[in-house]
Design a protein around this ligand. Sequence first.
Ligand SMILES: Nc1nc2c(ncn2[C@@H]2O[C@H](COP(=O)(O)OP(=O)(O)OP(=O)(O)O)[C@@H](O)[C@H]2O)c(=O)[nH]1
Ligand SMILES: [Zn+2]
Length: 375
Amino acid sequence: MGKKKQRKVRADLRKNRNVRTRSNDLTREFASDEESVADLASGQSVSGKGDLTRKRTVADAEIDEEGLVSPAVDTSVCSEGRVLRVQGLVSMVQFADGNVRQCATRRLLKTLSTDQRHVVAAGDRVWVRPSGADEGIIERVEPRKGVLSRNSRGRQHVLVTNVDQLLIVTSAAQPRLKPNLLDRYLVTAERAQIEPVICINKVDLIDRGELQPLIGVYSQLGYRVLQVSATEGWGMTEFRSILKGRSSVLTGQSGVGKSSLLNIIDPELALRVQQVSAESEKGKHTTTTSELIPLSMGGFVIDTPGIRQFRLWDVVPEEVAGFFRDLRPYVSHCRYPDCTHTHEEPCAVKDAVAEGAIDFRRYESYLQIHAGDDA
Ligand SMILES: Nc1nc2c(ncn2[C@@H]2O[C@H](COP(=O)(O)OP(=O)(O)OP(=O)(O)O)[C@@H](O)[C@H]2O)c(=O)[nH]1
Ligand SMILES: [Zn+2]
């Protein structure tokens, strides 16, 4: 965060402190936070020279665009963890040592947030002050990256945060590969700015030459495409290396082999995923949108019930072309600034399709998504 923004954040926090002068506790906390930030900026430790017992480090206070407040925390008592899931007012947070604590959220965070419901979401990196053997208080939420969300009744509903990649699982056969559905998943990844990885399972059921033209189209667009077979164990080394150490949302139609793939990585994991989706189907986890499932090799697989039953949320027709990597470069060359690339003449996108610069089937996908039709 730049100096200027830091100053602004501090001023905001100060303002807020004034509003809350009746709460001595909060005032004191903010006062000490500010001291520490200033000391850090000048490169000095808060404590006296050599007094290691009193030495404390403090992360900067921040407010991100969503209005989410990240106050400074005392890192000598607080630990950083990852929110595995949120159930009502309680968040399950996992720490570096693997331990999980049931955490409540510090009231201050809630009062400063613009949308109280989403102070904490699955996937958040948070700072927790331990309280009791396996409980704690979330004191700070780190700024988010890679957020999957949807709008419901005019409000943004965060499903999961800090997602590194969207693993789109399809199958070469049984069920047959549906490129248009794949394009929908890609639009979602592009929209959320999360890197997609296309994983084609069940390649044992087909002649792999058949897939080459399709794979060529996606590879040329810069998408990573894996060909695997869970039953034959093909491509599993690469599959593992892609999941290792990352937070991956796994998505794909029913029956493509998601559980079978996870089962190879970690048998317990597959069971856990099945359990989560069974619970969500029964409507049990009504307040839980998603869950991070830790991998024994490091990293998380995220099962997002809402993502499984895939719908293209909130994508307005005018935005769709921008999420197609192959259409995007032509859009600005269209004669009409509000060209929909459907009926207009002339249209740079349609010209590119006619010349073979854009794959015709991809263009058809575009038309379908633009029209809001189901896959
Ligand atoms: N031939 C072949 N069959 C596979 C492969 N992977 C999975 N299957 C079979 O496909 C069927 C569906 O696999 P699952 O792993 O249950 O699929 P899923 O995507 O988890 O399905 P949902 O739980 O409904 O979302 C099972 O009968 C698997 O044995 C594969 O690589 N090759
Ligand atoms: Zn156009």
